[in-house]
Design a protein around this ligand. Structure first.
Ligand SMILES: O=C(O)CCC(=O)C(=O)O
Length: 293
């Protein structure tokens, strides 16, 4: 008699996790750190160990043979479909304009009036002075560069956030898991966010700490939750362009050029509010799955 032993197929590691492991190896992360994150995300320990060792050995070989392949993320073209009206999951969205080099788009009616009001209402009681990244230490600090108050919602925290995240994923093709928690910001008269970059500057000593949780940022959505009476545009000084805050619309921009290099022309800021107030929701997208530290 012949006994055939069959072993169940080993599930394939999702491409996002392969990318996440590879980018961590490139950054010099230890196996123990990667293991901890995979375990926290429900991976079996033995499976995670094998996955880390396979991706590490493949990545190190590529690193030796063609180092340029691993250095950067490449934005070939804007991650949004080219059409005046596009489907964003459960909602049809109007495209106000798109530009490439660098990739920027204005999206109209991405959030309904009710959704905007709900996000404001849910945030109102829990706002704290906003902070900025400390580029030396990898911590955060209060600074006059950013004079807003803010709070955040964890991924999937409520129904409006879930819809927003699904729309972002449908528009960009970037998985929900690669999104940072939605930040809600409130600016009063005079409140502003001086021009800055949202990516973590590779040369800064503090960046390594932020890169641990999903790799480099690749794109931003700024959703406008109210109309601002005067001022408060999102400004792009290098592009000589400003986007007015209009309830329900969003400006989307990416940070990498067609050569896969970070393009500093995505410099942007929130101009001072002159009259009224400004509420926005910011969503940053990472190259790999984001797991908060
Ligand atoms: O306030 C704005 O319009 C821009 C906000 C911003 O730059 C950010 O949150 O990174």
């Amino acid at each position: 008699m012949t006994i055939t032993v069959t072993t169940p197929p080993v599930p394939r590691l999702a491409p996002e996790w392969q990318d996440w492991l590879a980018s961590n190896v490139v950054r010099g992360c230890s196996d123990a750190d990667m293991m901890r994150t995979m375990r926290d995300n429900g991976f079996d320990e033995q499976y995670a160990r094998v996955a880390i060792s396979v991706v590490r050995s493949m990545t190190e070989r590529v690193q030796q043979n063609s180092p340029s392949l691993l250095t950067d993320y490449k934005a070939d073209r804007i991650r949004l479909p080219a059409s005046p009206r596009i489907r964003a999951g459960d909602r049809e969205v109007q495209v106000g304009f798109t530009m490439s080099d660098p990739n920027v788009a204005l999206l109209i009616d991405v959030l309904s009036e009710d959704e905007c009001s709900k996000l404001i209402q849910l945030s109102a009681g829990k706002l704290k002075r906003s902070e900025v990244v400390d580029r030396k230490t990898g911590g955060t600090e209060v600074s006059n560069v950013r004079t807003s108050e803010g709070t955040h919602f964890d991924r999937g925290e409520n129904a409006v956030i879930q819809r927003l995240e699904q729309r972002v994923a449908a528009l960009t093709g970037v998985p929900v898991e690669n999104g940072e928690p939605v930040q809600i910001l409130h600016y009063r008269v005079g409140g502003e966010y001086k021009p800055h970059h949202d990516y973590f500057e590779p040369a800064d000593p503090g960046s390594a700490n932020f890169l641990k949780t999903g790799g480099q940022r690749i794109a931003t959505f700024v959703f406008y939750l109210n109309d601002v009476d005067s001022g408060g545009d999102t400004v792009f000084p290098e592009l000589e362009m400003g986007v007015a805050a209009r309830r329900g619309s969003a400006v989307y921009f990416e940070y990498h050029n067609v050569e896969g290099k970070i393009d500093p022309r995505c410099l942007h800021g929130g101009a001072p509010v002159v009259r009224g107030e400004k509420w926005i929701a910011t969503k940053w997208l990472r190259i790999g799955p984001y797991v908060s530290a």
